[in-house]
Design a protein around this ligand. Structure first.
Ligand code: ASP
Length: 320
């Protein structure tokens, strides 16, 4: 049976060629011809959405990818997005928030461009198309496929700067894999994330990672932002020199704190000292639950773009 896959291209290393000045984007790579040879039962419709290195994407670019994916999902059996690996995790997370469909939406890319030895782009793209055409992938939300592993998009992170096995869902694992042209799922995501809408604009939302010797003056520099995300030690803890300042900031803009540990989630009922999470919550800061700072920032950008109030933002993070 022939499956129709919509391939949305956005740039990234998977679309780059080497030159004497380093890898860069050029003419669109012959994805359709390569896939036609590798997967004769799959009909590929290629639609270029963007052509950029992903670290240059704006939130509006990511929203445009989501719009194209939602549209493609209503027309075809599956959707594959090729993307630069650098901020792929933010886009995969945003796609889960901004699209709603049972049609598989699969994001992939490459760590080595097509001119490099053992380039991984073709293999990743073939695996992504196999997953996108699989009945088993329906209803599982946005998936990230790399190195024959299938990850739940919101959990997959780029964990290495250059090796080909760069993506991992630690401290969890992949939902399944691709073997000899077939998919095998052993896990399924317990939940889908709430559906949000992109409202436009370019919200300014820095992430501040906090450690020892936290200077309150750093926070004073950040008062002109639309929102602030703090990546805090442990379950959400900061120096006792900062809570009054943070309270004043939280009265003006959403201030969300995440755990910088990469595991578990923010606490809410454990530590009551000044700068402990109980104190921060009482002063109006919002815990990000299991979202890390990067994902909290993406969610905040989307919420603020649609005019969300502080209560809407609180409800979103509480509902995770
Ligand atoms: N710089 C590339 C990007 O667009 C890196 C990659 O695709 O691996 O994210």
């Amino acid at each position: 049976m022939t499956h129709r896959i919509h391939l949305l291209t956005t740039g990234g290393t998977i679309a780059m060629q080497a030159s004497d000045k380093g890898a860069n984007l050029g003419a669109p790579p012959p994805f359709a011809a390569m896939l036609g040879r590798a997967l004769p039962d799959v009909e590929i419709v290629v639609r270029p959405v963007l052509s950029k290195p992903s670290s240059g994407f704006s939130f509006a670019d990511i929203a445009a990818i989501a719009r194209a994916a939602q549209e493609a999902a209503s027309q075809d059996d599956g959707v594959v997005v090729t993307h630069g690996t650098d901020v792929l995790e933010e886009t995969a997370f945003a796609l889960e928030l901004l699209t709603r469909t049972d049609t598989p939406i699969v994001v992939t890319g490459a760590m080595r461009n097509a001119s490099q030895p053992s380039a991984d782009g073709d293999a990743n793209l073939i695996a992504a198309c196999i997953v996108a055409s699989a009945a088993e992938a329906r209803g599982k939300g946005v998936l990230t496929v790399f190195d024959d592993e299938i990850h739940w998009g919101p959990l997959a992170k780029k964990r290495h700067a250059f090796r080909t096995h760069a993506f991992s869902s630690e401290p969890f694992g992949p939902l399944g894999w691709v073997r000899e042209g077939k998919v095998r799922f052993l896990l399924t995501p317990e939940r889908r994330l709430p559906k949000l809408a992109w409202g436009g604009g370019a919200p300014v939302i820095p992430i501040l990672e906090v450690g020892p010797a936290m200077e309150p003056a750093v926070l004073e520099q950040l008062t002109r932002c639309d929102a602030l995300v703090l990546a805090l030690p442990g379950g959400g803890h900061i120096s006792d020199a900062t809570p009054a300042l943070l309270e004043a900031m939280a009265a003006k803009i959403p201030v969300v704190f995440a755990s910088r540990t990469g595991g578990g989630e923010t606490l809410s009922h454990s530590y009551g000292y000044p700068g402990g999470e109980i104190d921060l919550i009482a002063r109006g800061l919002i815990p990000s639950a299991w979202l890390d700072a990067r994902r909290a920032r993406v969610a905040l950008a989307i919420l603020l773009s649609a005019g969300a109030s502080r209560d809407d933002i609180l409800a979103f993070f509480r509902g995770l």
